[in-house]
Design a protein around this ligand. Sequence first.
Ligand SMILES: [Zn+2]
Length: 330
Amino acid sequence: MSDQDLDQNAPSIRLKQPGVIVYLCGIATSVLTIFAVKWGNAHDFYPMGWFVNGILPAGAILIGIVSGVGYAAGSRLLHVKLGGWFLALMFATGVIDYFAVQYLTYTSVIDAARVPSEAYPFIDYLRDNAEQMSFRDRHDRNQHGSPLGLWGYCFRLLIVLGFAIGAMIPSLVVFGMKYCHRCQVYLRNHRIGYFRSPESWTEVKALAKAERQTALEQIGAAIVARAEQFAQAVSETNFEQTDALMRELDPQAPRDSAAHVLVTLMKCPHCDAHHLSGSLSTYNASNENASAQLFVLDKTQIRPPRPAADDDAMDSSAPPPANDQSFRAR
Ligand SMILES: [Zn+2]
């Protein structure tokens, strides 16, 4: 509920304290997760303690991921590029959240046993929790192994780390999204275009395996060469020229091509910062799908070098020099 209110206010508060709002979004999903875990514990369900191969705290990482969704959604919707300090804050909050979960579990344990908290303080609970920790028998789920003793602290530490790192994972996904630092917004998809091989998959598929392999290699080499030529052509163009070259590509996804290249152009909604990528989709000789990233051109930070012979064309679309310098000074 509160998240929605925040989203509606987003444009007006965006330039004031967006980081705080993003943080509150993360706290909201963390609190929901804490209560879900507490509910699970009350029903003899302890996902926090799931380990894979006896060392990877998979359950804690998964729960951390769920609790960290709010940070990622907040930063994407409010166009906040998270910095390193924010990741550190998220990590610290994850550790605190973990102890909050422990405290809630502790209160439900002593409530169930009708023990007053003075008789069994929280710190004793944490110690016993670590030292008495044991894994369920691999073959008999109801059988518990012997207590881990001091090793229990290591596993508890793995759980805390797994949870806190898990909470950062959704934000790391957003962290990798294309962003215009000048305008402080994430880039949007602007246009896609396709190159397709003249050969159809139906005819190539009908060949014998060895011939199919040769044919696919030739088709792949030809389409990769076309894509590289395109990447070369757009590597030094401004946005309008790039977009014009994109319009020459096929806008429709090819059907039944033996190979095609998808070119994606993303653009800043406010300025000409843009980003291009090209990926190949084809088949291998065993008729399985195969794909590869062919090129990535990040034109969000560095303006293309100005061609000496083409000053006029560049000037009309270039941003004012002062703007450019302040951007470079960052
Ligand atoms: Zn921009």
